[in-house]
Design a protein around this ligand. Sequence first.
Ligand code: HSE
Length: 298
Amino acid sequence: NEIKIFAPATIANVSCGFDVLGLCLDNVGDEMVIRKTAEKGIRISKLVGQDLPLETEKNVAGVAGLAMLEKLNLNHGFEIEIYKNIKAGSGIGSSAASSAGTVFAMNELLGKPFTLKELVPFAMQGEKLASGTAHADNVAPALLGGFTLVRSYEPLDLIKIPTPSELYATVIHPQIEVKTSDSRSVLKQNISMKKSIIQIGNLGGLISGLHTSDYDLISRSLHDEIVEPLRAILIPGFKKVKENAIACGALGAGISGSGPSIFALSKGKEMAEKVAKIMSKTYKNINIDFDIHVSKIN
Ligand code: HSE
């Protein structure tokens, strides 16, 4: 009647896949304990590590859980304890981890009435509360693992993409908070034909490279013509960190989700660690505090 889970951090967009592509980190995430209660509904009984609302309707985990409860006719409820390691507003899917973790754990406790894909729309309701948009590019990889593509939102069509075995992510988080809603507000509603052609080519190339473990193709495809140029100004030292990561041997680098975290992808753990060192050094040189992680994609 109780389950303890690891709720993973995720990197959304992955440069050329704004709102459609995401990946799941192996070793960065929150812990959650979820148990059945006689009392109906959802109650957040504990939230450690971040200053976030406990009220069910104001908490992403609560909202995701309520969306799932609506589809069920239960005579009991759930109590949630959240132990946050992922900082809110860090750009590695803090809200997604809580939303996805909640519905995953509830589903397990109920004997899996839903498939993992079917859980995604419930978790998306948590994202809607957090950012104003029910984007799935963090919750889908958090639930399905590895890389996922949102082929379509209406109807929701999620595709799991294979992960080359030697692909590693380095993520550096400068200690500032950027709200997803704010970093979405700097975006334009229209893009040029020229930019969309480049972006579509890169997204196709990235997906193909992931399927065929073609690291050179992955590297050539990791560019963002549309969102990164508008958001980069919100992230101190972005250009330097990205340039240095790529000069050091990373396949590519960009903004993780809506930032301010910056990610780099590398072939092999050794290279990912080398990239972590150079990214850290870059921030040390400009006196910015940071957290850094090297993770397998899983
Ligand atoms: N695709 C979303 C965005 C992800 O970039 O706004 C937020 O983590």
